[in-house]
Ligand binder design. Structure first.
Ligand SMILES: [Zn+2]
Length: 399
């Protein structure tokens, strides 16, 4: 298929990302990458010049958003191999990682950073059209303290180092700041139950970020850090794990809603090698469900970091199925998490996340109904066309 500058997709069932009941037999008009109009086929009048494409029998939904990925560049099961392998080789591999995510329908991804700043340059290569990949929101180096997983690269200790690091990242045009408020379980001394920054340090992270309008993504794996993150008003809490008895209670959930704080539970993480869990602990699942019930928005975040353990594309899409299977979302709710909520969390909801007039045309044309069966999205062959900003980037119709 070849798309003109102005075209109309006619006859598809529209799943617009807002969580509403899908609408049959619609027309969506796109001009210069922007959605001009959406509506009932009969009510949308098309100009003669508009290219018309028959999409009868297909399902049209927004491009997916993964709110927690890493461009790892690793080709082994060792997350620390970043320190020993050539940075050039790692950087080249990230091009394929971006492509694989796109192939499963992810048109936007938010990076959780790393010890190396691949995301910043990959984003540029995508934007300039050199490579095909999802729209990337980059954070560059994630802020960790000394002795944590990425010591000695990108570590910050004390408020002055934090201030300087954030100002430098800002100069590298990052979209948000990521900080690791707790251990990450990468070594014996990098314990999930430890808090890694003082309140004073975390406050500096918030102050410096807020000053220049950068949102803050906070890795938190114990309740002390989660409470601090809520008090400080971070944008998203990543993993949001804690130990039994240390519940994510209703009062805390309500505070999250008040402050518009999102949770990215990174469910797929729990099933990664080398120590996959049989099932995620009940008290965690109950806590996330309690958050949902109280109105906290849950995000799709796959936490991919290396192809050998967390296969790019496959693990991203597996997360949407886990939202349904583990958090009991309906397929439609899971789609909303993976589109509209993701866009809100990334601060780009005026541009993407739903299929509405004035937004960029990030569209998936799917052969069967994912709003009644989420498994449809697990097989990428069911995603016949992937359109990013109006351009056809994947065409599987004749394959
Ligand atoms: Zn992560």
């Amino acid at each position: 298929m070849k798309l003109e500058k102005e075209y109309a997709l006619v006859g598809a069932t529209l799943i617009d990302g807002n969580g509403d009941t899908p609408v049959k037999d619609t027309t969506v008009v796109v001009k210069n990458g922007v959605i001009q109009e959406t509506g009932d086929r009969k009510s949308v009048r098309l100009e003669d010049r508009t290219q018309t494409i028959d999409m009868s029998g297909f399902y049209l939904m927004p491009g997916l958003i993964d709110s927690h990925v890493h461009f790892g560049g690793l080709k082994s099961d060792n997350p620390s191999s970043w320190a020993t392998e050539s940075e050039y080789l790692q950087a080249i591999r990230t091009v394929a990682e971006a492509r694989k995510m796109m192939d499963y329908g992810f048109t936007t991804v938010r990076s959780g950073g790393g010890a190396l700043r691949f995301d910043i340059y990959l984003k540029k290569a995508v934007e300039e059209g050199t490579i095909i990949g999802p729209r990337i929101l980059a954070c560059g180096l994630r802020l960790c303290r000394s002795g944590a997983s990425e010591d000695p690269v990108g570590t910050v200790d004390g408020v002055e180092e934090i201030r300087k690091a954030i100002r430098k990242l800002m100069g590298q045009n990052v979209d948000h700041i990521k900080f690791v408020a707790t251990g990450a379980g990468m070594s014996e001394t990098d314990r999930l139950e430890d808090v890694h920054f003082s309140m004073e340090e975390m406050r500096m992270i918030m102050d410096e970020s807020n000053m220049v309008g950068l949102k803050v993504m906070c890795h938190a794996t114990n309740m002390r850090a989660i409470r601090a993150a809520v008090e400080l008003g971070v944008n998203t809490i990543e993993h949001c794990q804690y130990t039994e008895g240390d519940d994510l209670d209703e009062e805390l959930c309500k505070k999250m809603v008040e402050k518009n704080i999102f949770i990215t539970p990174t469910l797929a993480d729990h099933f990664n090698e080398p120590e996959p869990e049989k099932e995620i602990a009940k008290f965690l699942v109950n806590g996330w469900k309690r958050a949902m019930k109280n109105g906290v928005k849950i995000l799709l975040g796959s936490d991919v970091w290396g192809d050998d353990i967390t296969p790019y594309g496959k693990q991203n899409i597996a997360e949407i199925k886990l939202l349904v299977d583990i958090l009991d979302m309906t397929p439609l709710q899971a789609i909303t998490s993976a589109t509209k909520f993701g866009a809100e969390a990334c601060g780009i909801s005026e541009k993407v996340g739903t299929i509405e007039k004035g937004k960029l045309a990030d569209l998936l044309v799917v052969s069967e109904d994912p709003s009644s069966n989420i498994d449809i999205l697990l097989n990428r062959e069911n995603v016949k066309y992937i359109i990013k900003q109006g351009n056809l980037v994947v065409d599987r119709m004749n394959s």
